[in-house]
Design a protein around this ligand. Structure first.
Ligand SMILES: Nc1ncnc2c1ncn2[C@@H]1O[C@H](COP(=O)(O)OP(=O)(O)OP(=O)(O)O)[C@@H](O)[C@H]1O
Length: 600
């Protein structure tokens, strides 16, 4: 009944590693395996739920059978006492069915909640295990949608549609089985009479999913057009665009109407067919039963019971049909939630040996983004402990990419990046942080206090250590904040500007105390005076440590111990500033043209 779980979902279809940034989506077979695994993890509750449902369905079957018995007994001249006994049994079994179904529902909901909690936890674990590069390329929107709307849709499926369809399916199987047991020929008639519903449901489902997706898209488009017109009302008025906007909105309304008419048409075909189809098996059983009754092959009670059973079948079938779409969209969401586990995982090796020293070694490194062309072509570079290396080159040369590889955020396609002969990307985050850290100009201020923000880098640090780190990067503004380290930056609280956020990030670096620091435009947001102050403070804190600066100002290159020049993903020059200027290559030309405007 669930159909293809990936029909019409928003993400990329298929299985396996991601391309083009989007996270993968699990295919049907992987989804089935995931569902069985979740059931196995809570198989006791699941089995109890199924058994109780089966018992409730069995108790429900007694009704028509007992009614048939009453008819037969009355026909055979039985007394009131017999009929009373049978009627009492009818009542008792109806009560048993009610209680069993309720208890099964309770266990089913508990199973659903536990499974949903498991799915949420697994999703969080999987997302946390994703390499930073994959998270960045997937985008916040995709991950957020999977973690919220998709998990919520799976929850709705587990709480509602899933158990309802399971219960209804068990009921339907029992009811059909009862008719077959009662009389195989009448049972066969009933099953044949139901084939119409099967074909109608298939016809509907094939068309309903794309039709409802089109309706949703048309609704979104209309909402967007209306919102854009409202937001830009002044511009629309000023430029006399009213007529054009009206036409655009009318077109959107037209598309909305067309898609709604389409879904209405589908429903208007399905529901009458289904209603008529419910009557067909009953009519078939009554006709064939009448003939058999004439031949004395069955009793009147059997025919009545069979007809009542088939009439009773409409209730579970209705539940199944009504929930098919919810199951489809729930399964599509489940495919997206499970898909997060198919993305390449950060390959941290807890058993990775301790790096022998702090020497960074880049050997024959090639790197390509998401299966695209190589953007680094066989880069070899050794960074000596304690040295200051500036990486320069034109835009797009691969400086940032090299910085990310050195910081272990991405893994080379070929070749290796090691620290003390251990692959950098294999070190777990805590050990990596002690060795290498990348500081870029994107500085996130996390929810929580300034203290929380700083302790991310050093969970054990005391307030004094936090203040010392802030002082080291020149963040004297902390003393002016009303609540000091307890201040909660962010919306509704104290707002930190870009430079302050950057200083907070730099203070985190001071606290993490890495041996090697990779600066990618780390001080670019600060005004020149603050930048100089921060750089001076950093220089004092990081004295004797390795600094790899991705330099956009040639002054940084001039002050470095060595300069590496990247061009089109290749390391073209490497040496001290003086050596490179003397060599008269591209760096020398760059230096001369820059130096012309910035005399020493
Ligand atoms: N996320 C990405 N996906 C695909 N290609 C990328 C991605 N990031 C960078 N590239 C490509 O990789 C190449 C190297 O980019 P990179 O950002 O490393 O260069 P850069 O020297 O740091 O440039 P800039 O000085 O402009 O920051 C460029 O061709 C760029 O288009």
């Amino acid at each position: 009944m669930t159909g293809s779980p990936v029909s019409g979902e928003r993400g990329r279809h298929g299985d396996g590693p991601t391309t083009g940034g989007a996270l993968p989506v699990a295919d049907s077979s992987r989804l089935r395996r995931a569902a069985f695994r979740l059931i196995r993890l809570d198989w006791r509750a699941f089995s109890v739920m199924v058994v109780l449902n089966a018992l409730a369905s069995a108790a429900g079957l007694a009704g028509p059978w007992l009614l048939g018995r009453i008819i037969d007994e009355v026909q055979n001249g039985a007394g009131v006492a017999t009929v009373d006994r049978l009627a009492l049994a009818l009542l008792g079994l109806a009560l048993a069915q009610f209680l069993l179904a309720r208890y099964a529902g309770l266990i089913g909901h508990r199973f659903g909640e536990r499974t949903l909690a498991r799915i949420r936890e697994e999703f969080t674990g999987r997302v946390l295990a994703l390499p930073v590069g994959v998270v960045e390329r997937a985008g916040a929107g995709d991950l957020t949608t999977r973690g919220t709307a998709d998990v919520a849709a799976v929850g709705t499926m587990l709480r509602g549609a899933g158990p309802d369809v399971l219960i209804a399916s068990v009921q339907a199987v029992f009811v059909l089985g009862a008719v077959v047991v009662l009389d195989p020929l009448l049972g066969g008639c009933g099953v044949l009479g139901l084939t119409g519903i099967w074909f109608a449901a298939r016809w509907y489902m094939r068309r309903a999913v794309p039709a409802y997706l089109a309706e949703g898209a048309a609704n979104s488009e209309l909402a967007e057009q209306l919102a854009a017109t409202t937001a830009g009302a002044r511009t629309v008025e000023a430029l006399g665009l009213g007529r054009r906007r009206l036409e655009t909105c009318q077109e959107a309304i037209g598309r909305c109407r067309a898609t709604r008419t389409r879904t209405l048409f589908l429903r208007s075909v399905l529901f009458p067919i289904v209603d008529v189809s419910y009557a067909i098996p009953v009519v078939a059983v009554l006709l064939v039963g009448g003939v058999l009754l004439g031949q004395g092959a069955v009793t009147l009670g059997t025919v009545v019971a069979a007809a009542l059973y088939l009439r009773q079948l409409s209730q579970p079938l209705d539940v199944i049909l009504l929930n098919m779409e919810r199951l489809q969209s729930g399964a599509a969401s489940f495919a997206r939630v499970e898909g997060a586990g198919l993305a390449p995982r950060a390959d941290h090796d807890a058993a990775a040996p301790e790096p022998a020293d702090d020497r960074l070694q880049v050997s024959g490194v090639h790197y390509a983004y998401d299966g695209g062309p190589d953007v680094l072509h066989g880069v070899d570079l050794t960074v000596r402990p304690g040295e200051r290396l500036a990486v320069v080159g034109p835009s797009g040369a691969g400086k940032t990419t090299l910085g990310r590889l050195l910081a272990g955020m991405d893994v080379p396609r070929a070749g290796s990046v090691t620290v003390g002969r251990v692959p950098v990307a294999g070190l777990d985050p805590a050990r990596l942080r002690e060795r290498v850290m990348l500081v870029t100009q994107e500085h996130h201020v996390f929810l929580g206090t300034v203290r929380d923000n700083l302790r991310i880098a050093a969970p054990e640090a005391t307030d004094d250590e936090l203040r010392t780190a802030l002082a080291a990067v020149g963040a004297s503004w902390i003393d002016e904040l009303p609540d000091g380290l307890d201040t909660e930056p962010g919306p509704g609280g104290e707002r930190l500007d870009g430079a302050q956020a950057q200083q907070l990030a730099l203070a985190r670096v001071v606290l993490a105390d890495p041996h090697t620091l990779i600066l990618d435009e780390a001080t670019a947001l600060l005004d020149p005076r603050t930048a100089r102050h921060t750089e001076r403070a950093l220089a004092a804190v990081l004295a004797g440590r390795t600094v790899i600066a991705i330099a956009h100002r040639l002054q940084t290159a001039h002050d470095a111990d060595r300069v590496a020049v990247l061009r089109d993903g290749r390391l073209t020059e490497l040496g001290t500033h003086d050596e490179l200027v003397t060599a008269g290559g591209a760096y020398a030309a760059l230096w001369r043209s820059w130096h012309g405007g910035h005399p020493e």
